[in-house]
Design a protein. Structure first.
Length: 263
């Protein structure tokens, strides 16, 4: 874990309120593993005490990229960042995704900007696979050209039918599992809303497959001290314990996660 003042190299809107922030972080970027995140202190927001967590989208050499959406005071303040300014980063943090197994078909499943957390999985994978991405509308579907450029097949679904299959991302995933696997074994990597993660995990458990799920919980410190982001995790004796999403997670295997009593 490092603390680094990263210089803003680029900031621009992608689409529908989603923005790309590219930072020069020569110490931190080379250490980032797929699925890890950084904790960013938001500038121009004096009232903010806590940092904000962001999945690392890309880490190329000494640069680090974040995808975010303008949804609140913190992200709205981030829009004011200009080239040459510096932001304080803490990271890379968390337990990320393992490398996809070479004898399985990697299947990435994302909701909205969950795609950002999965890009490095695809880029570093020794085998090409399939991506399923869902969003409320076409404006919420991100990074498709980037995944296609890596040689991955992308399937899109939207709630309103404005792009791809109309429905949830699992509405596109389910028929693919029945028709396209053809005896092969999938390995799932998912990031998005918890309802989607639960659905993907349940499918994996039914098929006796592996699913790595990046769980989203509100974080305070980001380093495991405040216990704000705890998640119920199954124990070998049939019970459960609390584990920290920022430290032991955010990535857990589907059989570890206890979804009972969650909304």
């Amino acid at each position: 874990m490092l603390l680094e003042d990263a210089k803003v190299l680029q900031q621009r809107e992608i689409q529908g309120g989603y923005r790309l922030l590219v930072l020069a972080a020569p110490l931190m970027a080379p250490k980032v593993q797929p699925g890890q995140f950084v904790h960013l202190r938001v500038p121009h927001l004096d009232s903010a005490v806590l940092r904000r967590p962001f999945s690392v989208y890309k880490a190329d050499g000494g640069t680090l990229s974040i995808l975010y959406k303008d949804v609140g005071r913190g992200t709205s303040a981030m829009k004011a960042l200009r080239d040459g300014e510096t932001v304080s980063l803490l990271g890379p943090l968390g337990h990320g995704f393992p490398a996809p197994a070479k004898d399985k078909v990697p299947v990435l499943v994302a909701g909205g900007y969950g795609m950002a957390a999965l890009y490095l999985v695809a880029k570093t994978s020794a085998v090409k696979g399939v991506v399923f991405v869902g969003g409320r509308s076409a404006q919420d579907v991100l990074c498709v050209p980037e995944f296609t450029a890596l040689g991955w097949t992308v399937h899109v679904s939207t709630d309103d039918g404005s792009l791809g299959v109309k429905g949830l991302v699992t509405d596109a995933l389910e028929p693919w599992l029945h028709k396209e696997l053809k005896g092969r074994t999938p390995e799932f990597f998912a990031c998005g809303p918890n309802g989607m993660l639960k659905a993907v995990g349940e499918r994996a458990i039914r098929g006796n497959w592996t699913a790595w799920l990046s769980v989203d919980r509100k974080m305070g410190c980001g380093v495991g001290a405040c216990l704000t982001c705890v998640q119920k995790i199954a124990t070998p004796d049939g019970g459960w314990t609390w584990e920290r999403v920022c430290k032991e997670g955010p990535v857990f295997e589907s059989r570890q996660i206890v979804w009972k009593d969650e909304t």
